[in-house]
Design a binder for this molecule. Structure first.
Ligand code: F6R
Length: 640
């Protein structure tokens, strides 16, 4: 990436930092890895060292993978590289699997030819009285190396860079810092619970970072979308430390579509450039106008359009009245109580076809509870309206079961066997193995295979119970146990041939008219995204088959977010009773109740998240002047 490219990319008046957006995070990583490699090579040619500032976390992993590939396949040498990592938890032993030292060894250093003595990471074990000196030495080392040539950064959801939490001063240098609540809860998964996350860390300061000659900050996925907007378009403030980067002369933000979605050029592009007024763009603009004027669609006036940057729309499409009605009708047609199509009805303006009256439906659920959490109302309607509904649970979900919950079930089997005089040495063996493993299990340790199986069975039973509750026959419930998931850790493998084959075979067996899938396109690391990749790949392989010509793919969103309203193509309303029934369906997942293993920052239970989100969608439709429903589930159709 040259400075030239940056000035081309920096084309809107709202962005105070050069931004480059990629539709796939992977492509962004390739570009950044190439920039790093070319720096290393040019320094090599000049007989100099390349000084890299490195980050950890989920964001830069693919860059490291690409650098390793370049080392192995293209002979890129790291002999002239001196690296300085941004931060380390404190106190934390270097050997601990959560330490950033461990992360760097595993994800980069062990696979390249960098000199171990050149890899600098703050020491999470230095004694309290020596911290100050350690930090000063770290700063001095950076200076002695000639300063950082290239600094890689991620961004925390609170806007931190390194571990410079909100409140960090622009002139701060390497120091001990107290981690804030958001940072600690984001790290909770790695540490198996927030209480195990260290409260402090040693981090390079804002000033240390700004001293780098070149800075690239990466952000992927919708988790980062709000903070990216603040850092790029908001004021420079200590409350968003990444906003300090606005003052750097050679910085670029590399984002994927999801992380860039709230930037003005994407959210309201008509304010930053001449747009093509497609139907979709008109819908997006008019809905945005109504919501920002706090008016229902049909009450928007020419003045509202003119005063909010939409006069070009009036010039092209007549007056506000006509445009309002057009968008209103569009939204109205997305609402249907017949997600499988309404028999005998004219379907010209309905989201689904009327025929065939009885459809074969295949719902893919990444984890054993996404079906009921994210589309429970629609699931129930499809079953009640007589369609042949199948559910395929893509993964076992076994890592999300608490240890004591698993042990309770193992004990149950033991008691059950004793009660009914069933002698089962195998069951006894598993019981004692699981018991002794759990007694000495270390924080973050991977479960033994038997325990993982028990946990998987618990979730299977819960999913089966939900299907029974909704009323679909047992033979329509499919447990795929996709192999990519079975690592025993949060980190999953990418989708593999075996996974795609399992998915493709099931689709071919059922030959559905409708497929529902969790459309979390934005989460580059999560299970949902991998599950979706598998479905896309499977569909790609079989889309030439006759039955696939009649098959429609509907995407729902996972538990965390909802589709933007302008994208929704099918909105399925729920009455208060239907919403309550959905809640009871979610309750079948007892292992996921009362505080789950990977709770994250959102302390609400799944049924609460689902209800709030479904109510919010309904209230948005209502705000725009459409009928007032209790709740709604939303879908986008994916054309393959
Ligand atoms: C990591 C670091 C942090 C992370 C940030 C984003 O060394 O200093 O600033 O870059 O917390 O973390 P991920 O990439 O896991 O979302």
């Amino acid at each position: 990436m040259t400075t030239d490219t940056q000035s081309v990319q920096h084309f809107t008046s709202f962005e105070k930092i050069p931004v480059t957006i990629f539709s796939k995070a992977q492509d962004g990583c390739k570009i950044v890895a190439e920039e790093i490699a070319s720096l290393i090579r040019s320094k090599q040619q000049a007989g100099q060292n390349a000084v890299l500032g490195l980050a950890t976390g989920s964001t830069p992993k693919k860059i490291y993978q690409e650098l390793i590939r370049m080392h192995k396949e293209e002979g890129l040498s790291f002999k002239n590289v001196i690296s300085f990592n941004l931060d380390e938890y404190y106190p934390l032993a270097a050997e601990s699997i959560q330490s950033y030292r461990y992360f760097m060894q595993e994800n980069l250093f062990n696979h390249i030819d960098i000199e171990p003595a050149n890899c600098n990471i703050p020491n999470g074990q230095v004694s309290v009285e020596n911290i100050k000196q350690h930090c000063e030495e770290y700063e001095a080392k950076i200076k002695n190396a000639g300063g950082i040539d290239f600094q890689l950064l991620g961004i925390g959801r609170n806007g931190h860079i390194g571990f410079n939490e909100p409140g960090s001063h622009v002139s701060s240098i390497t120091r001990l810092i107290t981690l804030d609540r958001i940072t600690r809860s984001d790290a909770a998964t790695e540490f198996s619970g927030i209480t195990n996350v260290p409260r402090k860390a040693i981090t390079m300061g804002v000033n240390t970072i700004l001293g780098a000659k070149r800075i690239v900050l990466l952000a992927w996925g919708e988790r980062k979308v709000e903070i990216v907007k603040k850092a790029v378009e908001g004021p420079v403030t200590e409350f968003v430390p990444a906003s300090y980067l606005q003052g750097h002369q050679n910085v670029t933000f590399i984002l994927d579509d999801a992380a860039a979605a709230l930037l003005t050029r994407n959210k309201t592009p008509w304010l930053t450039e001449e747009v093509e007024w497609t139907n979709q763009m008109i819908k997006k603009a008019v809905i945005h106008l109504a919501l920002s004027c706090n008016k229902p669609l049909l009450k928007l006036t020419n003045t509202d359009y003119n005063e909010n940057g939409l006069s070009s729309l009036l010039v092209l499409h007549g007056n506000a009245y006509d445009i309002n009605i057009r968008v209103f009708n569009h939204l109205q047609h997305s609402i249907t109580g017949w997600p499988g199509g309404k028999p005998g009805a004219d379907d010209t303006n309905r989201p689904e076809r009327a025929l065939p009256v009885k459809k074969k439906v295949l719902i893919f659920s990444p984890h054993p509870d996404d079906d009921i959490i994210s589309m429970g109302g629609t699931f129930q309607r499809l079953a009640d309206q007589g369609h042949e509904v199948h559910v395929a649970y893509q993964t076992s979900g076994n890592i999300a079961v608490a240890d004591d919950e698993a042990f309770r079930f193992v004990e149950f089997v033991k008691d059950f066997n004793a009660q009914f005089n069933i002698s089962s040495p195998d069951a006894d063996n598993i019981f004692s193995k699981a018991g002794s493993f759990l007694k000495q299990k270390k924080n973050g340790e991977i479960d033994i295979a038997e325990l993982r199986q028990v946990k998987g069975l618990i979730r299977k039973g819960e999913a089966r119970n939900t299907c029974r509750f909704v009323g679909i026959p047992e033979e329509n419930v499919h447990y795929l146990n996709l192999p990519f998931y079975e690592t025993g850790t949060i980190e999953k493998k990418p989708i593999g041939e075996a996974d795609v084959k399992i998915i493709a075979e099931l689709i071919q067996k059922i030959q559905p008219h409708q497929i529902y899938a969790a459309g979390d396109l934005a989460d580059p690391h999560g299970t949902h995204k991998v599950c979706l990749d598998g479905i896309f790949e499977a569909i790609d392989r079989i889309k030439h088959l006759d039955f696939m010509k009649e098959c429609w793919l509907w995407l729902y969103k996972g538990a965390w977010a909802e589709w933007d309203i302008d994208l929704i193509e099918m909105a399925v309303p729920m009455s208060p009773e239907q919403l309550l029934k959905k809640r009871y369906g979610i309750f079948k997942h007892q292992s996921q109740k009362d505080g789950v293993v990977f709770q994250g920052t959102d302390s609400r239970e799944f049924w609460q998240r689902a209800e709030e989100r479904n109510r919010a969608t309904a209230s948005l439709y209502n705000k725009l002047g459409l009928a007032e429903y209790e709740a709604m589930e939303a879908f986008v159709r994916w054309h393959f």
